[in-house]
Each structure stands twice: as C-alpha cells, then as structure tokens.
Design a protein around this ligand. Sequence first.
Ligand SMILES: Nc1ncnc2c1ncn2[C@@H]1O[C@H](COP(=O)(O)OP(=O)(O)OP(=O)(O)O)[C@@H](O)[C@H]1O
Ligand SMILES: [Mg+2]
Length: 1075
Amino acid sequence: MNSKFENELRVKRVSVRKRSRDGKSSCLTPVKKKTCSPRHIREAGTYKIQLHHQDIEWREKNETTELAPDMQDKECHSDDDLFGDYDSLANESSFLAKLDDVEHNFAPACSSPYLETVKHRYANNGKAVAEVRNLEAHSDVKVKFPATEDFTVLKTVNCRDDTKPCHVGNTDSILISDLMDDFFDDLPSSQRILQQENETVTKQTSSEQSGPLNPFRGETFSVKEDEDLTGHSLNSVTHLAEPALNRRRSLKDHLKSTMTGNARAQSPQVFRAKQQKDAVVTKEINLAVKTVESTSDVDLGPFFGLPSKVKELIQKHRGIKDLYEWQRTCLTLESVQQRKNLIYSLPTSGGKTLVAEMLILRELLCRKKDALFILPYVAIVQEKVRGLASFGLELDFIIEEYAGSKGKYPPIKRRLKNSLFIATIEKGHSLVNSLIEANRLESVGLIVVDELHMLGEGSRGAILEITLAKVLFVSKTTQIIGMSATLNNVGDLQKFLKAENYSSDFRPVQLKEYVKLSDCIYEVDCKEEDCFKFSRPLSFKYSSNMKKMDPDHLIALVTEVIPMHSCLMFCPTKKNCENVAGMICKYLNKCFIQHREKEKTDLLDEIRSAGNGSICSVLKRTIPFGIAYHHSGLTNDERKLIEEAYSAGVLCLLTCTSTLAAGVNLPARRVILRSPYVATEFLKRNQYKQMVGRAGRAGIDTSGESILIIQEKDKLLAKALVSKPLENCYSNLIHDNRKGLQSLILSLIGLNISRTPAGIHEFLSCTLFSVQQEHLSSEKSLWDLTMEAVSFLTEKGLIMSTAGSHGDAVLEVTKLGRATYKGSIDLPYCDVLYSDLKRGLEGLVLDSILHLVYLVTPYDMVAHCKPDWMIYFRQFTQLTAVEQNIASMVGVPESYIAKKASGQSLKKGVDSLAVNRFYLSFVLLALLKETNVWVVADKFNLARGFVQSLLASSSAFCSCVVHFTEELEEFWAYRALFIELTKRLTYCVKAELIPLMEVAGILEARAKQLYVAGYKTLAHLANADPNLLTKTIQNMSKRQANQIVASAKMLLTEKAEALQEEVDELLTFPSDLPS
Ligand SMILES: Nc1ncnc2c1ncn2[C@@H]1O[C@H](COP(=O)(O)OP(=O)(O)OP(=O)(O)O)[C@@H](O)[C@H]1O
Ligand SMILES: [Mg+2]
C-alpha cells in the first residue's frame, strides 16, 4: 500500500444507527429466551420410523365407511399449476446500504466477538486502542490502519494464546460430534438407514483410525511455527501481494473465528486439533492444485482431486460414505480432467448433484476460480445455499444467492476468496450479462446447469440457451457442465455446448413400473406384445357407495403402503389433489390417526401458526390421517412444513401436481399417477419419467414401484407413453413470436458482443437453435431471421444504425433499448412500461402507495387472474378520494367497474390490461397494509399461494424497473422510490423480521419464532448455539438449527467481506495517477 495511506486514514461514516445494546449481554447470547413448555421441546428421535408395525396389520384394520354428503357433490376443476417460483429479475444494494446493513448487524455488539477481534488487532499494533474505543462511543469513527505486518503477528498471537477462549475450530469439532449424535433423527428418511450403517462402521473403526496413521489426530501432526494456523499455507496464495495478503488474511481469520465460534468455552486441545486439520486441508488443496495444474490423467488428490476434508464433510452433512461406481467413473473421466464441457444424464435419484458439487469444489478450491450453479427454482436455490453453507465456511469460500430480488450486479470482486454463485435461470443470465459488461466473465471457471432439459421449456429455456451461448462465445476458459435425467437428443445439446457426454442408467433403487386397468395390475414390460403383462388382481373390499366415490380404487392402492411407507399420488389438477386427499380420509380407518399422532398434532399447530391462526380446512381434515396435498396453492411456509414432515415420515401420502416431480427430492415407496393427464393434456414421456422416477428411496427401499391408472379408452396412448423414447429437447429462441431471439440480439448489441448483422449471424450460428434450425424453421434461414429481428428492434426504437469507427455501419442500442435489456424487461412490455412511467411523471400520487404499486405490478401476471367484479367494485368504493384519482389517471373508470359488477357486458372503451392490472395492485396494496396472506387471499377470493407468487413476482419486477429507470434520465426520480418499494415487496413482513429473513430459507413463520426467542439480528443467528436453538425453538430439528446457523454465518461473512473489498478498493493507490 502507498505510504501516504499507510499510517492514518480517517473514515468518516455518514451516519451510524444507534441501537440499544441490551445491557452487557454479548451477541453470543440471545437477548431473550423463550420459555417453552415441555410439549414444545421436541426430543431428538421423535421422528424415527417405528418399524415394528407391519403394513399388513394396517390393511386388515382398514374398514370402509360411508362418504359424507358434502364430499359427494364436490367437483374436480381443471386448474393447472401456473405459478412456479421462478425468477424474473434483479436487484442490487448500494455500498452505503450495505455499510448500513453491516453496521446494523454489528452495532449492538461493540462487545461482540467480531469487534473484540478488531480491538485486539489494533491493540496489538500498539497504538490504536483508544481509537477503537472511539469507534464504540462515537458515530464519527476514526480508524488508523496499522502496518500490515502487525496483523500477522496478532493473528498468530491470538491463536496461540491458550489462556483465552478461542472460538476458532473447536466449535466445529463439537458440531461434528453433535451431528454424529443427533444427525440421524433429522435426516431425510432416504438417508437415515444408510447413515446408521455408517455410524456403526465408524464406531467399529474409530479405534483403528485413532492410531498414528490418522492424519486428523492432533498428536501426529506438527505445525511449523511460521505456518498459518488457520489452514492457509502461504504457498497456496503466493500470487498475491504479501503485505496486503497478510492484512486481509488476518481480517478474514478473525472473522472466521468469530463466525465459527459459538457460546461455549473451548478447550485448547480441541482447538489445536482443528488447526492441525486445517493444515492438512491446506496441504491437500496444494496437492490438488498441482494435480489440476499438471492436467494429468491420473487423479493424485486424496479424494478425487479434493482434500479428504471434503469427504468428511460429505459424510457429515449428507450421510454419504462412498461414491457410487458411476460417480467415481464420471469424476475421473479424461474429459473432466481436461476441463472439457460435459453433459451427463442419469435416471432420477441417480445422485447427479453430488458429482456436480464435487466439480464445483474443485474449481473453487483447486483452480481458485468462481463457479456458477444454475438451478430451476427459487426454493431450490435457497435450499442449496443452506445445504452448502457449512462447506463454504469450512473450506473457505463464499456462497452468494442469486434468486428473487437477491444478487448484486456485477458481483463484488473478491481477491482472496472465491465465490459460488447459486442462481435461478433468470438471475444466472443477469449475472453473466453483468460479468460480460465488466469484462470479468473469465473469473467464472465453471458453470453447472442442473435440469439441462429446461432448455426446451418456453421462455425460461430461451433464457438458459442465451446465457450458455454467451458464455461459450465470450469466455473460452469457462467450463460448462449440464446434467439431466431426461434427455433424448443429447447429440444436439452436445453440438451446441461442444461437450462430451456421459450417461448411465444407474438407479440406486430398482424401479418397477405398473399400470392399473379396471381391477387388475399389469407390469410394464416392453418386450410383451402389448407392453402390459398381467401381474395381479387388486384386492379391495368396497361398499357400493365407496365404489361410486372411488371408482379408481385409490384407497386400495394407497393402503397397501401407508402409513408404514410413503406414497406420492400425482393428480391432474390442484383441485383434484385436494379432493382426492379429502376423499381418501373419509374412508380411512380411524386407526390411521394414531400413527405418529403427536407429531401430526404438532405439524397442524405449526401450519396454523404459520398462517397467523388460519389453516386450510382440507389440511386440517387430512393431516391427522398422515395425508396432505402439495401444489402451488400452498404458501411457502406450508409447503416447507409439509415437505419436512413427509421426509420425516410423519406424513405418509402426498397428493400432488406435476410440479413436485421437478427438483424437489421427495422420494416414495410407491408413486401413483392418478390419471395420464396434466390438466386436459395427455402426459408427455418426459413428465411421466420424472414422476415415476420419484419411486424408491435410496438407502431404505430395495425397490420402488409406480402405478399408472388408466382407462380402457387411453390404453393405446398409455402403451406409447410407457414405451416410446423421451421427447426431444428443442430450442425456444423463436418461441412466443421470436421473443428470445429478439432480446438476445438486443443484448448482444448492448453488451458489445456483436454489433453488425454479420457478427450477430456468426453468434447465432453457435446457438442450439442453429443446431436444430432445419427442424425448427426450415422455411427461413438464420440470416433471414437475423435481419427480421434487427428490423423489428429498429422499428420498436430499441436499436439504431450508426457509423462505426471505420465508416462502416454498426448497430447501437438506444436508451430505451439499453434500459430494456438492463432491466430484463420482456420486449412486448417495454414500451407499455415506458409510457406508464412517463404518464406517471405527469401526476405521480404519493399520498398513497397505490400509484407506485400499480407501476410495478407485473404485466405477465395479469393473464393469470380475472377480476371478481363485485370484489373489485367493493374495494374501489373503499378507496380514498386520492386513490380514486389514481384510478382515473391510469385509465380505470369507476363507471366501468360498477357496470361490470352489475353484470353488464361491455365491449369497448377501456384498456383491459390497465383495468385488470389495477385489480392486482389492489391485492398488493392490501398485502402491504395487512401483511397477512390469508386475510388478503380471503378478501379477494384467491388462492393464498397465488397471492404469494404475485407478491414475489412484483418484488422481482420492481427491481427490474429500478434498473430500467436507472438508464433513462427522465425517470431519475423513480429510482429511490422503487428501491424502497422493492424492499417492502420482497419481505412484506414487519421490518423487525427482515434481518432474519435475509438468511436463505428462513420464512416468515420461522423468523417470528426466532425473533420472539430473542434472535433479532443476523449476528444473533450467526453466533447462536444450534443446541440451544433446538431446545428453545419449537419444532426445530438439530439439522435445521445447524443449517440456519451455518447460513447466517455465511451471509454475515459474505457481507463483511464485501465491505472489506470495497474498503480495499477505495484505498488502493490509483496506478494511473498523473505524476
Ligand atoms: N454415493 C451415494 N451414496 C448414497 N446416497 C447418495 C449417493 N449419491 C447421492 N445420494 C443420495 O441420493 C439422493 C438422490 O440424489 P440426487 O438428488 O443427486 O439425484 P439426481 O440424480 O439429481 O436426481 P433428480 O434427477 O431427481 O434430480 C440424495 O438423497 C443423495 O443424497
Ligand atoms: Mg437432481
């Protein structure tokens, strides 16, 4: 660092939020502890399956009863799942906001371990203690930056001082042992038995392993005096400037020590063992780095090129002891060693994720590059962020979530740690765009795409294709790996990605497919002439009434497996899921209620409290029988609770829509397809495969079975369904009026990737679309399509032609074009959005939030909700005069709504997009006022799941509009307003819960519980003791507690390090300073 900056730098904070300090309590201790009745403290072990029951016993007891009249006239409505929790947008927070956030999180804790470490650091520098005290006492902070060497000294001193409690490392050991004790109880059922076996083996061999050969035994390893005790040998980072490195590492180490420390006094011996373990990890990483660098065919790393610590973590957190044979083969493929692009396909539950994660770890740890993991849904991204947080903490990389309105564009540049970006398809695209713009795409060494067949799914498929095509074109060093269970034309995809292919039909559990026709079960056997081989008659004793109500014998089929085993029943519509669940319960013997009764009662309590006292009447009736429905109409909280209870075996039957088949890992002993239709469409082979693939739980079942229920009329189609090859995956660039192609071209010009028709054509020749062009658009050439898209964009005012530097014509984006691609605005809506915002400027009403909310109500949600005119009118009349004014400003006349409410049919005169969109704004307004999804859903007679998706997509759209307005000077005034509104829409909870809900996977109900128990800030959660959490928070398993604490630590680390990076950036001496 330049000497000018070395000694005295004064950092003046703009503002410091004063917070109460809760007396002298440390941030290691929660402020308040909730007192819990013994009933609420779940003992470890309550979720264990009671294997002594026999299914036969249950079947015998199963008697028939009459169907209640209210069930008899219930109809099944066709109502497909329309609202997947995918993303559409982006958000970023300013440096000051971040500073404020971290300040907020650290402020209550001048006595926190983090600040303690800062104090020590300056104290060791011998001069700045007073200034640190200043920091505690004043809002204007003067911080002296000490000479860099001192940090190293301090770090060593701190870590070696055995007389002080040191928080590094020992917690990890305690965590490990805690996990080994209680982990089984909280594992998904699919892992429990396997884990128990592992434990037995571990116990048996522990004495052998404690011998001198065990590298993790403290006494066998001596750490050199000058070695970095936190496990980072200097060799591993020699490419960095030494002084800066030391200072940075010191900060990092202190941060890590704080993060990994919990409310316990730690024994020096355990700590020493941890240091030694870390030293081993570092050595192994170095070895692995060398292995990778030499690109040798032979894998020299201890664990597939990774440190053994990874193996340990996989066993600890996943319960996986050994890799499957195919996983070993795949990881050692020559193409993988040579970092060629790769597509691998295996049946569902084949264990694909683990391979992807190990390749990601190699990239982060050995190649020291960032990695991007693209997953299909927000909930899956959050789950993954949580699941990998402990890996990040222990292996020293950062995990950054890009989903919903989370994610920073471009991401923070980190010099010492690598980042794993876990993103949805949409956010992954925005991230790649921002990296291209910042000329940093090469910093991402690896991109992994889960569910690669999503390339073939509508506009989302187009976005995925666009992302991958850009990466292929712009960065030659970024490796792409895609995985999928359902790929037929893998050759096309290989051509597009220039990838090798690996496929296997390995399934850990054998799958037996059956169909049920009339009263008989047939085995699917494609060698048989008509594919169906008679297997057995179905045994059932039905009353005549029951025959009428359950003509497909669903009850007979499920009671062959439940409650001792799990069962999934896929239904064609959401309504049908609810009806079927209700109908089955009507006929089940009451003895089903006794099975795990207490846990089911607890589950109902939790669902009720998640709904602020409201509970769905269907769930209330079905859960006591161990049955629930699962579709997008559930709130996120309900869905999570139901999934967890199903995984733990508390619920034994889920009636669900096809959405459950995509991504969520909820296997079952038996999968029943209630009909071969999704809504009114006959099933596709890919969908069928995804659904039946859920059958069989690895580690528990020896085989899984699927039963497809068909009627005589569908027999031929069903034969084709079980025997034909999978559908091909086709490019969607020209799907929906060539929307994808047009927005691709717009961004190519905007990002300066290609700016002439010839250049664009060259780029398009590298897409999946070009590989499949003959099939997809035989009548038009790629050149014709390019030129037509260029004309379309020009006519729309998004691009124009200008003279290039050599006098040749080049294309350029207009301001509107730039705003459109930067905001990821759908092309069909960009001009409507522009004119809505422009009109808004003429008389923006800020006396109510309604006007702003209207402006960010997503256009694409309008098609999913028709107004109930009576409700519309009632709500309209309750608006204030100012709000009614907004209605007329945006083109929604009261008279129109009144006439509609009175049943008159009106043909002309209004902009129906505006009218219907305004209705959705009412829903959002009510949510922002009410914050209770149930009350709002009730008021508007909408499904609560829909209300929640509307909110999620509005917050995402609002952050898009922020980026859109940023590019257009005339909209400067909107920016600040929409940034605030994004925050309000993102959480839509009381402000006090927001810091907790920032942690991946903490939803409102959990945040409330934590808040009441005294965990009020991110720092509280990051420093919480998982054991205490388990005891004080109702229904929190040990595994969940560990994951929450790990995710909070990761988020805090990420935030603090991001700030540190920004500080370093600010203080870097400019290399181009005029002299
Ligand atoms: N080597 C292994 N030993 C035991 N269990 C494993 C192993 N590898 C993976 N699993 C477990 O198998 C289950 C399914 O794995 P995973 O979710 O990766 O499957 P997948 O191939 O991605 O399936 P899908 O196509 O359904 O997404 C998980 O519970 C995972 O922990
Ligand atoms: Mg998978």
